[in-house]
Design a protein around this ligand. Structure first.
Ligand code: NAD
Ligand code: AKB
Length: 318
């Protein structure tokens, strides 16, 4: 990676990835982009080049790739699972037509591409425990449909046109810098904010619902490590299972209680997000990522809880 464009850079992953990539590759070599700028984004925008780019507009994309002589695109612009069920048409348009535009510009301008897939690429007929790398993928959400189709489209651009496409299936990501953008796993972020502010949280996901999760520093490392990996060693280029931990709301509640003993966890289950969660795996087998490019997460649940509470306390001024 020499000259990098990040799309959707103001979102949950992009806001932290931009900072890490700028530290590693130099600020001027990492062009952050977003569809629109809102209050609170000043620090990221001022830390290096920033452009307004809507990935559904191929001309905008091509212009920025040419202007900055980009050779790597990290495509984080997307609509996530819960919002995708409310607006399936928008989800298809951004996640699929947007990705197509990214791959086309990459083919024309000879760029590498990273696009994250998700545990949402699996569905109710997938083996739920220790879900294999290569298995049944029949998701029942529009978001999941776009994630499977996106994996296949990236495979196609690699085998047909030689575009160096890479990707992982991220689990739910937990972070303190930017709030998540409307997914099913978001409860596992909100719980930390409410634990610190109110000493209680009402979960929209039911107890006993296990999902894979990961702390953001591990997710950032996964992206950087995979993008730097020797291409000859990559068999599953666009859809590596990666995970750090699997838990249900009770387990994260118990982890928080080790540091905030009075913390109370209640439930008010949202049927839409619960049914999405029920259709996803309980735990992934990520051995292919470990074998092919050395994936190894650093954070387990308690290590993440300690860091989240410490960093959020500072952020919230508590
Ligand atoms: P996010 O919702 O926080 O950020 C996405 C960003 O994309 C937002 O800032 C949004 O404004 C922008 N965007 C939307 N439409 C756009 C368009 N047409 N053009 C340009 N920008 C547009 O999402 P995130 O959590 O940072 O996720 C990034 C990627 O990682 C997505 O592909 C997502 O599916 C994947 N992923 C995320 C998680 C997670 O838990 N965060 C888990 C699995 C996979
Ligand atoms: C979501 O819940 O939609 C995301 C994901 C796991 O892809 N966090």
């Amino acid at each position: 990676m020499k000259k990098i464009l990040i799309t959707g850079a103001l979102g949950q992953i992009g806001s932290e990835l931009t900072r890490e990539l700028r530290n590693h590759y130099g600020s001027t070599n990492v062009v952050a982009s977003g569809r629109r700028v809102k209050e609170g984004h000043e620090k990221l925008i001022e830390s290096g080049p920033f452009e307004i780019v809507d990935i559904t507009k191929p001309d905008e994309l091509a212009e920025i790739v040419t202007k900055h002589n980009i050779n790597t695109i990290i495509n984080l612009a997307a609509i996530l699972s819960a919002v995708g069920e409310k607006h399936p048409e928008q989800c298809w348009n951004i996640n699929m037509n947007g990705l197509y535009n990214i791959l086309e510009v990459a083919r024309e301008k000879n760029c590498m591409v990273f696009t994250p897939s998700s545990i949402a690429a699996f569905g109710p007929t997938t083996p739920p425990n220790n879900t294999p790398q290569d298995t049944i993928q029949r998701p029942t959400t529009m978001y999941g449909v776009t994630k499977v189709a996106g994996e296949l489209l990236c495979d196609y651009y690699f085998s047909k046109f030689g575009v160096d496409t890479r990707g992982v299936r991220f689990p739910g990501l937990i972070s303190y810098e930017t709030l998540p953008g409307g997914g099913t796993t978001d409860y596992a972020v909100h719980i930390y904010y409410d634990a610190l502010k109110n000493k209680k949280y009402t979960s929209f996901i039911d107890k006993g619902t296990n999902m894979d999760m990961m702390y953001m520093p591990d997710a950032i490392n996964a992206i950087m490590q995979l993008m730097e990996a020797d291409p000859k060693k990559l068999i599953h280029r666009n859809a590596f299972n990666v995970t750090s931990m699997s838990f249900d709301p009770e387990m994260i509640g118990n982890s928080i209680r080790k540091y905030i003993p009075e913390f109370i966890l209640n439930y008010d289950v949202d049927p839409v997000r619960q049914s999405i969660a029920d259709s996803w795996p309980n735990s992934l087998d990520d051995s292919a990522a470990r074998e092919e490019w050395g994936w190894k997460p650093k954070y387990d649940l308690d290590a993440m809880t300690v860091d989240m509470l410490e960093k959020l306390k500072i952020k919230l001024g508590l």
